[in-house]
Design a protein around this ligand. Structure first.
Ligand code: ADP
Ligand code: MG
Length: 406
């Protein structure tokens, strides 16, 4: 299946059909090929338009609709059928699935439910056709720091910009450091909207409204900034945040989330929905001590442990006291990538409000962020071990404390 999914829908009820149509028109990875108000005409519609997906609403006449599903399945086997009903009766679901339906969704259809079903159908379709293997539609990367000022925002922004360089990509950076985030400074963006606007409109949030809330930078990446005003309470709940991410995943190929350093419920929700958690650390004692605690926390959490990727930032910083080998030993897990220390270039890029790619395309620090982007892509969808994993076998936390620095 291609990036855009072609869809035909049938629903004899004018009101719910109009709502479905509005929902579909708001998703720019879905192309609404045809809408039909009569079950008896729908097979012809599907035969003619050959959509990737058929959405069949059962409620007006379940019996007719079930017969239709079987007919469409027999006559257009390549078309995946999604079924929609306000009834969740087991026998109805069973008949629909036996007739050839792929997914059974509840009416009224929630956008996130539809997007999740779409994701599943697309993944199976691409696996079957062997087009590009079991592709991920969107890679979600969270950037988490072992300490303040460790370089999370620098890396999140520049990683987003590097990822956005590949044609066909669409990248959004989300600043989840709601109190003190400064992602907008790094990109010299004065945003019209922030995550607060998204939060204020959460109940009527659709794709186009969400997209309007993002600001596009010249490098190609979009930014969803933190709220302008400091508030005691987070603007969105974790569930609402998951909804925002589900919507963003429908259009963007990559989401990079810059977390706060507080392990708030929102940070945890972001880690939960992400494919990779980049834990950024430097090689000094306070950072490594926290890096060990974070690693232990993540490894204790079954849903997170395969996502952890350690990134050592500012490698070569003169006053860092601990060697890479000691750090590996301490962490008990491999270093996924390391970024050299280059304060001058980093600060100049930030002060000019441009990404490293523009500021210093040939600098080592820029190249290493580019490599990180490539590495993340090559690891997307798996958590296979890297060759030096074994070297980094756990050999006692804090062992470096006894044997001293490098
Ligand atoms: N690889 C690097 N080399 C040198 N300085 C860096 C590097 N990465 C980040 N910095 C600097 O570290 C400081 C803190 O970075 P920042 O990204 O704001 O950290 P965080 O978001 O974790 O608080 C900034 O002044 C930035 O320029
Ligand atoms: Mg930051």
């Amino acid at each position: 299946m291609k990036n855009v999914t072609r869809l035909a829908l049938v629903d004899p009820n004018d009101v719910s059909r109009a709502a479905l149509k509005t929902l579909m028109l708001g998703i720019d990875t879905v192309w609404l090929d045809a809408e039909c108000s009569r079950y008896e005409f729908f097979t012809d519609v599907v035969l003619q338009s050959q959509p990737d997906l058929a959405l069949v609403s059962l409620d007006s006449n379940p019996q007719k609709a079930l017969e239709l599903i079987a007919r469409v399945h027999a006559e257009v086997p390549n078309c995946q059928i999604l079924v929609l009903s306000s009834s969740q009766e087991g026998s109805l679901i069973l008949q629909a699935i036996r007739g050839g339906a792929r997914e059974f969704l509840s009416q009224p259809l929630k956008l996130e439910d539809f997007l999740a079903a779409l994701d599943r159908v697309r993944q199976t379709a691409s696996t079957r056709s062997g087009e590009s293997g079991p592709t991920r539609n969107c890679q979600v990367i969270t950037v988490l720091g072992a300490s303040g000022g460790v370089g999370c925002t620098s890396l999140a922004i520049n990683l987003g910009c590097c990822l956005a360089q590949v044609p066909g990509r669409s990248v959004a950076v989300i600043d989840l450091d709601l109190a003190l985030g400064d992602a907008d400074v790094w990109l010299d963006i004065i945003p019209d909207y922030t995550i607060q606007d998204v939060a204020d409109n959460i109940s009527r949030l659709d794709y186009s409204l969400l997209k309007r809330s993002l600001t596009k930078h010249d490098c190609g990446a979009f930014l969803l900034p933190r709220p302008v005003e400091l508030a005691a309470q987070a603007p969105v709940t974790p569930d609402e945040f998951r909804r925002i991410i589900a919507l963003l995943k429908a259009t963007f190929t990559h989401l990079v989330i810059d977390l706060s350093k507080s392990f708030t419920p929102l940070d945890l929700a972001a880690m939960d929905v992400s494919d990779s958690i980049l834990m950024v650390t430097q090689l000094d004692l306070p950072c490594l001590r926290n890096a060990v605690r974070i690693t232990q926390f993540i490894q204790r959490t079954s849903d997170l442990k395969d996502k952890l990727k350690v990134v050592v930032n500012r490698l070569g910083l003169e006053d860092s006291q601990i060697s890479m080998n000691k750090a590996l030993e301490t962490l008990g897990c491999p270093v996924f990538a390391s970024i050299p220390n280059d304060y001058g270039t980093m600060v100049e890029a930030r002060n000019n409000g441009v990404p490293l790619l523009t500021q210093a395309p040939r600098a080592k620090v820029t190249k290493s962020v580019q490599q990180l982007a490539v590495l993340l892509d090559s690891h997307s969808g798996d958590s296979e071990e890297r060759p030096d994993d074994k070297k980094a076998a756990r050999r006692g936390l804090f062992s470096f404390l006894g044997s001293g620095a490098k």
